[in-house]
Ligand binder design. Structure first.
Ligand code: SF4
Length: 357
């Protein structure tokens, strides 16, 4: 284990990518980067992280920000519960005095911080011997140690965590815990990749069970992924309702899909979409475009339609908690989900604004 830990750290020191959050040991900055990096590629995260840190440079600045401002800054990164949890965590930190807890256990008590994030902050910012496991680390450890359990199931998770902890315990004192964790993640991201691990240049090849036994393709063991057509579909119409150069936008209530983000009123058809904002659709709606997207457990199939509707707009369903007539030209400044942004790309084909309903 000691030789393995040394090989990982030494490789990391030689090959680490110069990422902006690696220039700091500010626990808040590292926390933000780790949350953004979950389910999102490094190249995508870099500009978001830089803008975020300029806008909310401290945990106090984030805690004091309006929810809408936060969601705007996150818009486009997806998995929006991450942004909501970050704000909840920041507010909990401020309520408790303003300083982030000083160890992994304390960090885990914050909303939205799990074992992985706590391990990342404690090891990278504080230099503590806190292990972590994410998808990259699980893959590397499953291959190196020949773990044949499903790494997403309880037993497999336990094994992988035990291996990560043993590795951390074996790390010599002249090497940093943060380097070991980042080195493991870096190896998983750049060398021990899911489908084409480059074992010939891997610093762990001499100690790797999968490489020795030619089992790279079968490890790690993962649960079978559902095919897209096996996922339940959400099929909805998003209704473009325009009056005097303004379009009606609604905000999703926190707690459900896209909570805190703005969109056009949606429903199972155009009539239902109008009814969701207390309006009555006049005549038939006109289809302008479609957008399909795979979410983690569902398929989303949205249709953009224009229509005219009568009545006074109001919140009529629990799904939404705010509504606003927005200048058509300012729609892009709202924090909208990636699905709505894609749907709005069909806007240029909308043609002349319709008469008020
Ligand atoms: S030797 Fe191959 S399978 Fe083993 S850790 Fe390195 S890249 Fe992964």
């Amino acid at each position: 284990m000691r030789a393995l830990a040394i090989a990982i750290v030494d490789h990391y020191r030689r090959h680490r990518r110069a990422l902006p959050w690696r220039q700091t040991r500010d626990p808040y900055a590292i926390w933000v980067s780790e949350i953004m990096l979950q389910q999102t590629r490094v190249a995508t995260v870099i500009p978001y992280w830089q803008r975020w840190m300029a806008k909310f440079p401290t945990v106090g600045a984030l805690a004091a920000a309006e929810d809408d401002t936060v969601m705007e800054a996150w818009a486009g990164l997806g998995y929006y519960s991450r942004a909501r949890n970050l704000v909840r965590g920041a507010r909990a930190v401020v309520a408790a005095g303003g300083a982030l807890p000083g160890d992994a256990e304390g960090l885990r008590a914050l909303p939205g911080i799990g074992a992985y994030t706590a391990g990342a902050i404690a090891s990278i910012a504080y230099g503590q011997r806190a292990a972590l496991v994410d998808g990259n680390v699980a893959r590397v450890l499953a291959r190196v140690r020949g773990i044949a359990d499903d790494v997403k199931a309880t037993a497999g998770q336990r094994r992988v965590w035990a291996e990560a902890e043993a590795l951390m315990a074996a790390l010599p004192a002249d090497r940093e815990p943060g380097e070991l964790n980042q080195g493991l993640m870096e190896l998983g991201a750049t060398v021990c990749t899911p489908t084409s691990p480059t074992c010939l240049t891997c610093p762990l090849a001499g100690q790797c069970v999968a490489a020795r036994e030619g089992r790279q393709a079968e490890l790690p063991v993962l649960p079978r992924r559902k095919r897209p057509d096996e996922l339940p579909a959400i099929t909805e119409v998003a209704l473009w309702l325009e009056r005097r150069g303004k379009v009606l936008a609604v905000r999703r209530a926190v707690g459900g899909l896209y909570g805190g983000l703005w969109e056009l009123p949606q429903g199972e058809d155009a009539t239902a979409a109008a009814a969701a904002v207390g309006l009555t659709l006049q005549g038939a709606a006109e289809v302008r475009g479609h957008h399909r997207q795979l979410l983690s457990h569902r398929r989303l199939e949205l249709t953009l339609a224009t229509g005219a509707a009568t009545g006074r707009a109001r919140l009529a369903v629990d799904r939404y908690d705010a509504l606003r007539w927005v200048e058509v030209t300012r729609l892009d400044t709202l924090g909208v989900s990636s699905a709505t942004a894609a749907l709005l790309a069909h806007r240029p084909s909308l043609g002349k604004p319709r008469a008020p309903g």
